[in-house]
Design a protein around this ligand. Sequence first.
Ligand SMILES: Cc1ncc(COP(=O)(O)O)c(C=O)c1O
Length: 366
Amino acid sequence: MTYEEVRARFPVLGRVAYLNAGTSGPLAQATLDAIADELRRAGEEGRSGRDYYERTLARRAGVRRRIAAEIGARPEQLALTESTTAGCNVVLAGLDLRPDDEVVITDTEHFGLLGPVIASGAQVRVARLEQATGDAALERLLGEVTSRTRLLAVSHVSWITGHRLDIARLKQASDVPLLVDGAQSVGAIPVDATVADFYTVSGQKWLCGPDATGALFVADPESLRVARPSYHGQKSHDRLAATFEPRPDASRFDTGWIPTPSLAGLEAALEDLPPWRYERAAEIATRCRELLAERFEVVTASGHGTLVSFRPRADPRKTAAHLYERGVVVRDIPDTDLVRVSCGWWTSEDDLRRLIDELTAGNPLE
Ligand SMILES: Cc1ncc(COP(=O)(O)O)c(C=O)c1O
């Protein structure tokens, strides 16, 4: 499986320099075909009948197995969700936090984690990492932990700075339950979710799956109440007694129905992934950083994930919009002066050249 062969799987890459998997990854033709085929069947055969349900359940199992393999977990440790945000909501609701409990987060969390933390009603302590990385970042986080801390909730890779936290060392240093937001890590860097208590997955980003797909790793299902029950999470229920028994494993936290076409698309996206993908993603992110650093202030330190954030000379929102018009897809980070570039294993040197050329040659914004 050569690099050229796998890159050719993604139609969008033939058209634009697509550097925004941190928002939504490129979709492969096989993924699009799998979605279209299931949709066609739904139209022609209807969304009912034994075949349909058995196929859908088999696809749920297939997705669970494949995502688990991707993050070093067992399928029984995984709930299927529609997003990282949904996974965070399951955890924060299930912990039954009280107003005098505390949750420690960092200053660069996405609302997908921040929102559920705030809604939990617990007190939120925000560790100011600023640009700190490595041991300094861990120290600042651990400095916020008190006897009332019920949860540490952090991104593995920050969506703003692109910095990676050493979550294994964080967990070793503190026995507080650890929720990791994996939106910017799963599919981008090697992940062992089992070092955490809870770890979220977004299917639509670096796994290149359809929208509204994802998962939640739960190390011990008994550590969390089922606060958001869905039909797929119950083993049995009694309508008259008004009781239910959750499924024995992490599937008790499944958040609901995922459209069969989306399951088919995600299964296809997770098939046949090149074994060299993480090395190549790291190499091309390093290259991107080097090229940008020759001309701009780059805030992402080297050797982290696959996001590279830098300060453009002009307004970041206008810069991203200008680049988009010129066929280079990146994003600005709201409320900062940063533009963020996402480098996947599919990213080419030519994509990066186009980015640099458009940023430097005759940019009317500069
Ligand atoms: C770090 C981080 N967390 C959470 C999210 C939200 O992801 P989802 O749409 O899967 O809830 C994002 C999306 O950009 C993100 O970057």
